[in-house]
Write a protein that binds this ligand. Structure first.
Ligand code: DC
Length: 228
């Protein structure tokens, strides 16, 4: 049976990363967390003294980096190797979230990462999670889902995630950061955050995670692909 390319797009904190990971596990597919690639560019820029506002320099940097996802432990996200080193923890720092959003607005960065994402997904059997997968990276994806939730629900979940990692988090602050990031991601000129015309829109505000995953599996089945 043919293995699908599945695009899961949506704003920060809609539950995409956990739902996409669980869907990939259910299907026996590889998860590609495309936000991690933008985060890696922001981290590498910070460490090399490249400004998050310098589009051309960031584009050159992004095309030089060696970005690879390693095979994950069961139940974990695939570790991101940046130039051969596992930087999965470092790319999750809150200031790198803002940095990733800033660097991702530069066309040169998006162009550099487009080829990387297409190469990672071209064989199928993949769940790609991001902002523009269904619109730009794989406009011909077999399954497209746009996952949203209210900003307050997203802030609540993001805080719970941060606290679980031992990071102190204030819900009002996290919500303000989420709204700031959404506004920037949705208003940029290149590949803005928006649902593809043919995406299934799923609002997870009132849905627990397992219900979201069940719904995703149903959507994949309805498209003619089966879970293992
Ligand atoms: O999904 P995330 O929070 O790890 O993404 C970090 C930032 O990267 C996000 O604010 C915008 C950018 N991004 C993007 O522009 N396109 C993608 N496909 C994925 C992420």
């Amino acid at each position: 049976m043919e293995r699908a390319v599945i695009a899961i797009d949506g704003p920060a904190g809609a539950g995409k990363s956990t739902a996409a990971r669980m869907l990939a596990e259910r299907l026996g597919y590889v998860l590609i967390d495309t936000g991690a690639l933008y985060r890696a560019v922001a981290l590498a820029a910070e460490e090399r003294g490249v400004s998050w506002d310098d589009g051309p320099a960031l584009g050159a940097l992004a095309s030089e980096l060696d970005l690879v996802f390693a095979t994950p432990e069961p139940g974990a996200r695939p570790p991101l190797l940046l130039d051969g080193v596992d930087r999965s923890g470092d790319i999750r720092a809150p200031h790198i979230s803002q940095g990733a959003s800033r660097v991702s607005a530069h066309p040169a960065v998006r162009a550099a990462l487009l080829g990387v994402q297409r190469r990672m997904g071209e064989g199928g059997g993949v769940v790609l999670e991001g902002r523009d997968i269904g619109t730009v990276v794989f406009p011909g994806a077999d399954v497209k889902v746009f996952l949203t939730a209210s900003p307050a629900a997203r802030a609540r979940r993001r805080c719970a995630e941060l606290r679980a990692r031992g990071v102190d988090a204030d819900e009002a602050e996290v919500e303000a950061e989420i709204v700031e990031r959404d506004t920037r991601d949705a208003s940029r000129d290149v590949a803005p955050l928006r649902p593809a015309a043919d995406a299934v829109q799923l609002d997870s505000t009132a849905l627990p995670l397992d219900a979201v995953v069940t719904r995703l599996v149903d959507i994949v089945r309805q498209a003619g692909f089966s879970a293992r």
